[in-house]
Write a protein that binds this ligand. Structure first.
Ligand code: AMP
Length: 625
């Protein structure tokens, strides 16, 4: 029999599972069975053998683990179930899943056994007694031969990822184990593909198995542009928030996760990052659910974090983005999900996060949606900062175009006169004020200066400037060179740095300092300038030429810096590397490039750090390093 299950909204309680298991599922926040679970659990509970065609990520572990646990007699600490897996990682993972699902089964024991782990440890653990063994074929065979593992009471045998065991050359061991277990056992075989060899094993060792296969083909043609981002679980949240910042045409998003718990957790995290967001899961009453949808429609929230079931039927035209934060169980679920965007004739955008081991889903989804899914890399902090600066600039431009500003011109003019400060400085302070909640400079990033901020080896200001707007410039007082924006807050709040007081230096001699980061570490001159300016309070105008070498760089800074500043400079980290700044010895510096003109002074600015005209260059180019 071949069953192709439909996604069902029915909860686990309709599948015949015992209360302790249902309780554990509620604890972990599973809302509804995945298709493979809905299909397999009743079959296995009824005692049939099973041949399941399913990949990792479909929820197959719970599909075999829950029925197996239901049959365990906790009073007898003898192996009643054996699960064979191709790798130790999978063995550990499956054992952990069993432990989780058996949380309300007091005294339950599961033991993973695999090659590479000490035999002594395993023998001791086996002698203490266990209900379930999860192991790799070779090591299980060893223990069976030594009689340290006795399977006389075995009720259930699961072969997980059988095609992988075949590929890794374990198939003979698997057959041997099958022959050395009680014939009346129940057997379930799961495999992502069904090559003939696996079918033969199934034919020889399974009794009239029920075949269950997850349908993956669908003919839906979607009008949604699709991308994926490969990321490790630990980086997903960071990737998500950065992507949300740089996405074009963002209006509203629905973010899909697998569990009820995850909807709440992720919504909380996004809220803490300033998003207007709500969780949508099966625990909400119908009234609350409708409220969330109304708020999304009305624009009081922009993001809904939902499970598949809770989002079913959701039709909100302003959803511009569907984010598959957790990968869907199958392509059908994916197509359902992305159907939430691209409504009312608009084009939608779907983004899929995939861990490296989930990458196989990509091909399946491409086939199902008949569309290419393009790769998306996590935007760098610099890109996010650029986007924030661009958005801010646009806001400023719009205000200049659309608002009556006469009163404010007067305010600024008065400030200029009474406080003797330049319009450019006032503008920078106002920009700081306006972006306090959402700083333009990305915390923790050294490459926070806008791209193209300055060419290498030129002194640059790490703070974004808004000089390009011609009207702005025209209205500002001619720059007298003293208008370096004040930095009154740390650029990297996340480090908890205390704000540095900007230092001023008499114009004059610069000295060359060596810092222990260079081209091989991927550093950019603007990162060096940014870090020194922000953390040591040395203004961009007091930072001279920067030369990058393979593993170190030289940077010109005011000569004879005070000891406390040198201490800070030594400890500053750029791209995780401590700069260990020190003055370069005479003759230590070797320029690798052709002689260069002094950096061009910024418009109207006195290049006060420059050496006196006509002074001889201090160094000569010698060789390339
Ligand atoms: P698996 O395919 O067994 O490796 O499972 C993949 C992931 O899906 C694991 O992180 C499980 O915890 C999760 N998972 C399995 N079943 C469900 C479910 N019914 N609801 C939510 N998450 C699930």
């Amino acid at each position: 029999m071949t069953t192709t299950p439909e996604i069902t909204a029915a909860g686990f309680d309709t599948l015949g599972l015992a209360p302790p298991l249902l309780k554990a599922l509620a604890d972990v926040g599973y809302e509804t069975p995945s298709p493979i679970q809905a299909a397999c659990i009743p079959v296995l509970l009824a005692g049939h053998d099973l041949l399941g065609e399913a990949q990792t990520g479909t929820g197959k572990t719970a599909a075999f683990a829950l029925p197996l646990l239901q049959k365990i007699d906790l009073k007898r600490a003898v192996p009643q179930a054996l699960i064979l897996t191709p790798t130790r990682e999978l063995a550990i993972q499956v054992a952990e899943a069993l432990q989780k699902y058996a949380h309300h089964m007091p005294g339950f024991h599961v033991l993973p056994i695999y090659g590479g782990q000490s035999m002594v440890v395993q023998l001791r653990a086996l002698s203490r007694g266990t209900h379930v063994i999860v192991g790799t074929p070779g090591r299980v065979m060893d223990h069976l031969e030594r009689k340290s593992l006795v399977l006389g009471n075995l009720q259930t045998l699961v072969l997980d990822e059988a095609d992988e065991m075949l590929r890794m050359g374990f198939i003979d061991d698997v057959k041997w184990i099958l022959e050395h277990t009680p014939a009346e056992r129940q057997t379930a075989l799961f495999s992502a593909t069904m090559p003939d060899v696996i079918r033969r094993v199934a034919h020889e060792h399974l009794r009239e198995p029920k075949e269950i296969k997850i349908r993956s083909a669908t003919s839906t043609v979607v009008s949604t542009s699709q991308s994926y981002c490969q990321t490790h679980t630990g980086q997903k949240l960071e990737a998500l928030t950065r992507i949300l910042e740089v996405e074009d045409d963002f209006d509203a998003a629905i973010i899909f996760v697998r569990t009820k718990t995850a909807t709440v957790e992720l919504a909380d995290k996004l809220e803490a990052r300033g998003y207007s967001v709500a969780a949508l899961n099966g625990d909400l009453t119908q009234g609350l659910r409708e409220q969330v949808i109304e708020r999304l429609k009305a624009g009081t929230i922009d993001i809904v974090v939902a499970t598949d079931v809770a989002a079913r039927g959701l039709d909100v035209a302003r959803i511009s983005h569907v984010i598959n934060y957790d990968v869907p169980y199958d392509t059908e679920a994916y197509v359902h999900r992305i159907g939430r965007t691209g409504r009312a004739g608009r084009t939608g955008r779907a983004i899929l996060f995939l861990a490296p081991r989930e990458m196989y889903m990509l091909k399946l989804i491409e086939r199902a949606t008949k569309q290419k899914i393009t790769a998306l890399t996590m935007p760098t902090p610099g890109e996010v900062a650029n986007r924030r600066v661009a958005q801010f600039t646009q806001q400023v431009v719009d205000i200049i175009k659309g608002e009556k500003l006469d009163f404010f011109f007067d305010v600024v003019r008065r400030m200029e006169g009474e406080q003797d400060i330049a319009a450019r400085e006032i503008a920078a302070a106002l920009a700081w004020l306006a972006t306090r909640e959402r700083p333009l400079q990305m915390p923790g990033a050294n490459d926070h200066a806008p791209r193209d901020a300055a060419p290498a080896t030129h002194a640059v200001s790490p703070a974004p400037t808004f000089e390009r707007k011609p009207d702005f410039k025209a209205r500002s007082k001619p720059d007298d060179g003293a208008a370096e924006p004040r930095r009154e807050r740390p650029a990297r709040e996340n480090r908890g740095d205390t704000p540095v007081q900007p230092r001023s230096f008499a114009p004059g001699q610069l000295a060359r300092y060596r810092i222990e980061i260079g081209r091989n570490q991927g550093v950019l001159p603007k990162e060096i300038v940014g870090a020194i300016a922000n953390e040591a309070g040395i203004a961009g105008k007091d930072i001279g030429q920067i030369n990058l070498f393979d593993d170190y760089s030289s940077v010109e800074l005011p000569a004879a810096l005070p000891a406390d500043l040198m201490d800070i400079l030594r400890r500053i980290r750029v791209r995780q590397f401590a700069l260990k700044t020190r003055v370069m010895a005479p003759g230590e510096f070797v320029d690798t490039r052709p002689p260069r003109k002094a950096p061009p002074a910024r418009a109207g600015k006195k290049p006060d750090w420059k050496k006196p005209a006509g002074a001889k260059p201090e160094w000569k180019p010698k060789r390339d390093r």
